[in-house]
Design a protein around this ligand. Structure first.
Ligand code: FAD
Length: 505
């Protein structure tokens, strides 16, 4: 888990700063994005020197941070896995299976030697004169400060604060006699046997956690303010079973299943846009037969938003619904009025008894790892900048970032972005450029600036809570952050690196 600087660490600014050395590329983050980026960098530009810096004490990012019972993907692993490494397991995978897959990539690519754990990047300063970033790091284990320099900064830091989950406060929380915890900080030794558990939330985390603890706890109540969409696919895809039984090479199975899942997600995304009513009916009809008799579908499972304005929560093999049928879990849809000594009172007047309350309330978004950026001594205020294709930011030289898809698997974008960054670095080499910076062109002078995420398109709580600190997008390419894989898989490989929106020096 995250470590903090030891109590003996010298006061900030008084200690000696160690020289971390110079590399061609610094990758920040050793999660799915950082490991994927490193693979592609080695593959496409094997002569480049690089390091991967991560604040945590191990690899995996999200899959290392989250340790609550049942933690797993809700994407299929054929698309959540990289394009270059076949996935050999079931479609939906547990965190430890994903970590084992990442370990194999690290071993096969011999990436371990380049990863520096317990290295939190606190600041990054670009100097045009020196054509380099100076990157300040604080070690989590010793408190030691280090300074690296690099020609290119590749931010693979994910989108949320790993140390501080989003934890709203409710009236009366202080008098509650039981335990309140957030899934992002799950205690290793927590025993829920015989306990009454209330899980606040209706998203993927609640849907994952509840069936995993329902057999152990006395009872689990999912307490939601409003419902989410659920979809209950099988954990294992029949086609994968068939292809494996035929001893088809794993590379082929991986590619075939990838195409199958991409096509399925494309179809769902298209339906969400063009016929949201039909998709709503389809999703409702698909879960109805899995529910206990007399279950109030309208109240507990009918969301207030269009399908896919937020992620659809996956319930593999319908496990959450099995817990509802068995009576080990139930759903209350209401607003919290107050915590009491022994539970939670909701607006209807009902008091839900609880020994443990789990706040599955989501994340605090971080903008580029909460790193303090400066460009030629000017602090960067991201809210005044726009994205270049959701990969770079205007006015920030020699810096790329990875932000994955909301609807398709995150990793599909890691592969696409890595290809573009590799192409960009090769283009600079071939043209003798040492600096590239996205800059608005004369024809962009009338460009309308829009929020980073259009709420009409995607409005998950953590995104909406953070729009005011995020950079923006424009009304035209390449100043847009397209959230759709079906567009980007065509656009990014063909993107013109000489269309005037990238200035090379
Ligand atoms: C429980 C859970 C389940 C999910 N399931 C899916 C799924 O099924 N499909 C899907 O597409 N997405 C899913 N997501 C979204 C998920 O975050 C992404 O899929 C993906 O893991 C992000 O990878 P990443 O490497 O970009 O970022 P992260 O996994 O967040 O890793 C970033 C790493 O960067 C490090 N870091 C950050 N800032 C700094 C800094 N300043 N200095 C040094 N290091 C830093 C962090 O310590 C971390 O280790 C899920 C998220 C959660 C929380």
């Amino acid at each position: 888990m995250m470590t903090t600087a030891p109590a003996t660490a010298p006061a900030e600014g008084t200690e000696e700063i160690q020289d971390g050395g110079h590399v061609d590329v610094i990758i920040v983050g050793a999660g799915v994005s950082g490991i994927g980026a490193a693979h592609h960098l080695r593959d496409q530009l094997p002569d480049r020197t690089f390091v991967i810096l991560d604040a945590q004490d191990n690899r995996g990012g999200t899959w290392w941070t989250h340790r609550y019972p049942g933690v797993r993907s809700d994407s299929d692993l054929f698309t959540y896995g990289y394009r270059f490494k076949p996935w050999r397991g079931p479609s939906i995978a547990a965190a430890e299976q994903i970590l084992a897959y990442l370990d194999e990539v690290i071993d096969e690519d011999e990436l371990g030697q380049y990863i520096r754990y317990q290295h939190r990047v606190t600041a990054a300063s670009w100097s045009t004169e020196d054509r380099r970033w100076t990157v300040d790091v604080t070690r989590g284990d010793t408190g030691q400060r280090l300074r690296f320099t690099t020609g290119f900064l590749w931010m693979c830091q994910g989108y949320y604060n790993h140390a501080k989950p989003y934890q709203p406060r409710w009236e009366g929380m202080d008098r509650f006699q039981g335990l309140v915890l957030h899934p992002q900080r799950w205690p290793e030794d927590l025993d829920l046997a015989g306990k009454r558990v209330v899980v606040i939330g209706s998203g993927a985390t609640a849907a994952t956690l509840i069936p995993a603890i329902a057999g152990t706890a006395k009872h689990v109540t999912m307490l939601q303010r409003s419902p989410s969409y659920f979809f209950a696919p099988p954990t294992t895809h029949e086609l994968a079973v068939t292809l494996r039984a035929l001893a088809i090479p794993e590379e082929w199975t991986h590619e075939i299943l990838r195409r199958q899942y991409i096509a399925q997600t494309d179809l769902l995304a298209q339906l969400a846009l063009e016929a949201p009513g039909d998709l709503h009916t389809f999703l409702m009809d698909s879960v109805r037969p899995l529910l206990p008799e007399g279950f109030d579908v309208d109240k507990h499972l009918t969301p207030r938003y269009r399908p896919w304005q937020q992620r659809i929560a996956i319930v593999p093999d319908g496990d959450l619904f099995a817990a509802l049928r068995e009576g080990t879990a139930s759903i209350v849809t209401d607003t919290i009025e107050t915590f009491t000594e022994h539970g939670i009172k909701v607006s209807s007047g009902e008091e839900i008894a609880a020994d443990v309350v789990v706040t599955a309330t989501g994340f605090n978004m971080s903008v580029l790892g909460d790193v303090a950026f400066t460009v030629d001594d000017e602090p960067v205020d991201f809210t005044k900048h726009v994205t270049w294709r959701g990969i770079m930011i205007n006015g920030l030289p020699n810096m790329a970032y990875v932000f994955g898809y909301f609807r398709h698997s995150w990793t599909l974008r890691v592969d696409l972005v890595s290809d573009l960054v590799g192409r960009l670095l090769a283009h600079m080499r071939d043209n003798g450029a040492t600096m590239v910076v996205p800059a608005l062109r004369p024809q962009d002078s009338d460009m309308q600036v829009r929020p980073w995420s259009d709420p009409e398109n995607f409005n998950a709580g953590y995104v909406m809570r953070s729009q005011h600190i995020l950079f923006k997008q424009g009304d035209r390419e390449p100043w847009t952050h397209l959230l759709e894989h079906e567009q980007e898989r065509e656009i990014l490989p063909a993107a013109d690196l000489d269309d005037g929106s990238l200035v090379y020096l």
